[in-house]
Design a protein around this ligand. Structure first.
Ligand code: 9MR
Length: 392
């Protein structure tokens, strides 16, 4: 009886939430938001994603020092792994040679430890959100390779020593492959790291330093658009080279910034098969599936049209999420974790990019179009896509 009452009140609560969000939307959005409640009465409300997938892989989420406070109930109920969305990146944590911003990163680590949640380290070398000071020598000229390697070494040793044994994985190098379709353009040559080295030496060095600093952490190469055949080919080449050079790499992070339109199941499987053939493990490290297939078009002088979370978009997103989790389950032996990039549709990094995904052109001037890419809605409630994912 009690159970019936609980479920019934949840349905009513869901309907109230849906009504409230309906009334808060802009007219364009309100006309298209699905009025169906987000909760499924038959579901076991005591379980979260981490419980549904406990025999398969860890379920993770990108957090900030703010979201571990504001969204802690949802995080603790649903997830058993966290990644700092920004707070451990080189430029954020180490903004000057002699200055370290540990506070936010420490808070996230303490939160995770307190609640027995695992922590992915993100990241140790990236062309973005890096530390500009690393690239300038004491004489004001570009730093030499030797100085850059020393700084990279010292950075990695300081961070990994502080968090030794606390991170189960580090994204050591992020996005070093050129995103464009030309397969002869292998590396991201616009990166300050490439410009300084003109070879992948810095990539190998970062892995070796990380392994020395914390031999217990698994070390990953992390990349986006990894399933697109031309980029997949380039990533595979890099991975083969790292393995041949005996670089201590354990796994590959597929960022999985996807849309309802891409990638196809076949593309995901092929990319997974290649990585696995090299004896590497896999994580999906930054999963989100925007409901837009491309960023919204900006026509000068006209306000951009936000299509909103239409029933059609919702249906496509449900299908896509179901498809990708079916694949994840099939490959569970090799997949160690699936991490969502942001907590809920209330705030996604994609919203300020015109609703498009990673690698898509960002509309200029910036356009705010909600991407609705996650399993929880703007009120932190489970979406229908959530149930499609957990109900096999
Ligand atoms: O989500 C992050 C966003 O808040 C930052 O502004 C952005 C800076 O480029 O980085 C985002 O996270 C990125 C991640 O660290 C690496 N893969 C791509 C993610 C989205 O850009």
């Amino acid at each position: 009886m009690n159970r019936y009452l609980n479920n019934k009140s949840l349905v009513i609560a869901g309907a109230v939430v849906a009504l409230l969000s309906f009334s808060q939307c802009t007219p364009k959005q309100s006309a298209t938001v699905s009025s169906a409640p987000n909760t499924t009465p038959q579901a076991d409300q005591s379980k979260g994603l981490k419980d549904y997938f406990k025999d398969d892989f860890l379920m993770g989420v990108a957090v900030s020092s703010r979201s571990i406070r504001t969204d802690s109930a949802l995080i603790l109920k649903e997830f058993n792994s966290v990644t700092a969305e920004n707070d451990m990146k080189v430029g954020v944590i180490h903004p000057a040679e002699d200055r370290w911003n540990w506070k936010n990163a420490d808070d996230i680590v303490a939160f995770a430890e307190r609640h027995h949640i695992k922590i992915r380290g993100h990241n140790l070398l990236w062309h973005k959100q890096g530390a500009d000071w690393m690239f300038t020598g004491p004489d004001g000229k570009p730093a030499s390779k030797e100085l850059l390697l020393k700084r990279l070494h010292d950075h990695i040793f300081t961070v990994l020593s502080r968090y030794k044994g606390k991170m189960y994985v580090w994204d050591v190098v992020n996005e070093a492959i050129e995103d464009g379709p030309d397969t002869t353009m292998m590396y991201r040559e616009s990166s300050p790291w490439w410009k300084a080295f003109k070879s992948p030496e810095f990539i190998e060095a970062a892995f070796r330093y990380a392994h020395e600093a914390d031999p217990t952490a698994k070390l990953y190469y992390n990349e986006f658009n990894s399933e697109r055949p031309d980029k997949r080919e380039k990533i595979f080449k890099l991975l083969k080279k790292l393995k041949a050079d005996k670089v201590p790499i354990d796994g590959v992070g597929f960022q999985a910034h996807w849309t309802v339109g891409r990638p196809s199941a076949d593309q995901i499987r092929k990319a997974l098969d290649e990585v696995i053939s090299l004896g590497l493990e896999v994580q999906f490290t930054e999963l989100d599936i925007t409901v837009h297939t491309k960023p919204v078009e900006v026509i000068s002088g006209k306000a951009p049209v936000d299509p909103g979370f239409t029933p059609e978009a919702e249906a496509k997103q449900i299908d896509k999420y179901k498809m990708v989790f079916d694949i994840f389950r099939q490959y569970k032996k090799h997949i160690k974790a699936v991490t969502f990039w942001n907590v809920s549709d209330r705030g996604s990094w994609l919203d300020s990019r015109g609703g498009g995904s990673a690698g898509d052109p960002i509309p200029s001037p910036a356009v705010f179009i909600k991407a609705y890419p996650l399993l929880f809605d703007v009120n932190n409630q489970r979406k229908k896509a959530y149930w499609a994912v957990v109900n096999k």
